[in-house]
Ligand binder design. Structure first.
Ligand SMILES: NC(=O)c1ccc[n+]([C@@H]2O[C@H](COP(=O)([O-])OP(=O)(O)OC[C@H]3O[C@@H](n4cnc5c(N)ncnc54)[C@H](O)[C@@H]3O)[C@@H](O)[C@H]2O)c1
Length: 350
């Protein structure tokens, strides 16, 4: 079974998305159709073997990052740009990102600034990247301890989401991706949340459904509000205010989705306190996250978390736009003063 989706933004850019199993021949057909002057590949040390099995690139055309969040930095960006120069890519070349969200984020950034934009094809290989990071055109790196502070918005031209690539993905990373899928359910689609609650095991059919529904939701939101100016796209940040702040703390060992899981629970905690969701919904949210062995509380330094939140892009004067939950399937923007936020953080930290 194959699905196609088109993300057409209000600024006119288009991402063609294909979702399915074993898409190697679709990958080759795409290259044939695009006919780039040159194709180069960015991947990481974990995925380089799979890349060679998937599409047999010439060794010289492959740039390999170390694996992990710490690679999303200025130095790696510079090395990728140098690689583009060494490979003599031009405006008609194609840059393929083959990996998780770290690879797609930094590749997208490098490709968006090289000659002010070279075409990209993403093959996301983690569940998290398939349902979230690869879609929507946010291309970023971290700077000092602040997540995603440097970047551009530019849509990848093509995204090939092959769920067979998830076979090698460790359970912990699958669970990390589930956090973002649960986010879509809580924030946008009650039926997706109920589906997750009722899941007994995730087989290929379930993966296809989860990935497809998540992609549809993200496409719909980004199509209306690519630049986060209309409020809609901000809602995708459910769980990310505290999630990013925890992720940015030095020596934290959490996967992205694990940090987001704690952030989702924080949003649920505030939403219950504000009287929007009932205690039983708070428990449903906790259970859905725990079902995938995701953490729902953590110790964090409140002062540092607050500083990180202030560095993050959600600040507006002395308040922040916090994404809260009106009811399961519906999120909204709640203005919180920094005093209120600080009090909630103190109550929530273990
Ligand atoms: N741009 C966006 O809109 C957006 C949205 C959400 C998250 N993100 C970013 O995405 C990043 C997190 O992405 P991630 O969770 O994919 O992390 P990641 O890219 O670090 O991948 C996690 C680990 O899994 C390994 N891996 C990847 N594919 C594999 C496979 N098929 N089999 C075995 N191992 C595999 C990687 O090498 C890495 O060690 C964060 O930097 C986050 O900020 C971006």
């Amino acid at each position: 079974m194959k699905y196609s989706l088109v993300l057409k933004t209000n600024s006119g850019s288009v991402s063609n998305i294909m979702i399915g199993e074993a898409l190697q021949s679709e990958f080759q057909s795409l290259l044939h159709k695009i006919k780039p002057t040159k194709t180069v590949f960015i991947t990481d040390e974990t995925m380089v073997k799979s890349l060679h099995t998937y599409c047999s690139p010439d060794n010289k055309s492959v740039f390999i990052l170390n694996s992990g969040e710490s690679e999303k930095n200025f130095d790696s960006l510079k090395r990728i740009i140098q690689f583009f120069f060494d490979q003599q890519i031009d405006k008609k070349s194609l840059v393929v990102a083959f990996g998780g969200g770290v690879v797609t984020d930094i590749t997208g950034f490098a490709a968006s600034i090289f000659y002010r934009g070279v075409s990209t094809l993403y093959v996301p290989t983690t569940l998290l990247a398939q349902v979230d990071a690869a879609i929507g055109g946010k291309n970023t790196i971290n700077f000092n301890d602040t997540k995603n502070v440097l970047g551009t918005i530019r849509q990848p031209n093509h995204i090939l989401i092959d769920i067979n690539l998830l076979h090698s993905l460790p359970r912990r990373q699958i669970n990390s991706g589930m956090a973002e899928i649960i986010k879509y359910g809580i924030g946008f689609a009650e039926e997706l949340f109920s589906y997750i609650e009722s899941l007994k095991k995730i087989d290929a059919k379930a993966f296809l459904h989860l990935v497809r529904r998540s992609a549809e939701i993200k496409v719909k939101v980004v199509a209306k509000d690519q630049d986060e100016s209309g409020g809609q796209r901000k809602l995708l940040n459910l769980g990310h205010t505290l999630g990013h702040a925890i992720e940015a703390q030095k020596n934290q060992k959490l996967a992205h989705g694990e940090a987001i899981s704690i952030g989702i629970m924080f949003a649920a905690f505030i939403s219950e306190d504000l009287g929007h969701i009932a205690k039983k919904d708070l428990e449903r949210i906790r259970e859905s996250l725990e079902k995938f062995a995701l953490p729902t509380r953590a110790y964090f330094d409140v002062k540092i978390a607050l500083e990180n939140i202030l560095h993050d892009k959600k600040k507006a004067g002395e308040s922040i736009d916090f994404i809260a939950i009106k009811k399961i399937g519906h999120s909204y923007i709640q203005r919180l003063t920094l005093v209120e936020l600080s009090a909630y953080l103190s109550q929530f930290s273990l």
